[in-house]
Design a binder for this molecule. Sequence first.
Ligand code: ATP
Length: 246
Amino acid sequence: MTEQLFEIKNLKKSFGNHLVLKDISFNVEKEEIISIIGSSGSGKSTLLRCLNLLEDPTDGEIIYQGNNILDPNFDLNHYRAKVGMVFQSFNLFNNLTVLNNCIVPQETVLKRDHELAKTTAIQNLESVGMEQFLEAKPSQLSGGQKQRVAIARAVSMDPDVLLFDEPTSALDPEMVDDVLNAMKKLTEIGLTMIIVSHEMQFVRDISNEILFMDEGVILEHGNPHEIFENPKEARTQDFLKRYLNR
Ligand SMILES: Nc1ncnc2c1ncn2[C@@H]1O[C@H](COP(=O)(O)OP(=O)(O)OP(=O)(O)O)[C@@H](O)[C@H]1O
């Protein structure tokens, strides 16, 4: 029996009079891996940013474990701790070591004691192959290494779901696989993930469900076989042709 984590209903977002998300509805089951693909400007990042309230939705509902997070009485602090995000630009604390980047948020947000925070951090840094860099500062790391630290930091918070906003777009090509492999490993611990990515082979390999966005709507959704082998919409077909022929 699957457990529903999110129900997104008729979500809309405008910037001024530009309606960027037009009427978005979809569900996320626990442990599901959902990828969002689509052309530049179709609204993928805005959708992710609405889910963790980095952007305020203009209309609609985001039901998380049965409660609407847009309800003024909803406990946003708890929600923010449970919904992690990995950004294209890493967002590490540059003045902290790799280890402390992973420890400090656990201590401040989760009020974890230092020893547990440290053990958790080391375990997650090992899991992404960054155990030799515990005392390094972010400035000493490559982009791919920084992103693996950002993933370890996010996982150390025991999130219910991790949102990935184009996690490999800012990386040199030779770094991309290390980060994608670190993300694939997270499927082994049953983490729910919602991923915006232009890495089509990765999306195809990892996802249970793929949403194809076009001009602010989910034009088509389905499992990897349905989307990649048998896309129904001409826009999906064109998009995939462009990407797969690169
Ligand atoms: N803060 C903002 N203020 C005004 N317009 C915005 C803002 N953020 C996004 N937009 C606009 O919303 C539209 C969707 O942007 P978004 O970044 O969500 O697209 P995307 O599908 O993630 O694109 P990409 O693949 O290029 O990252 C774009 O037209 C963008 O210019």
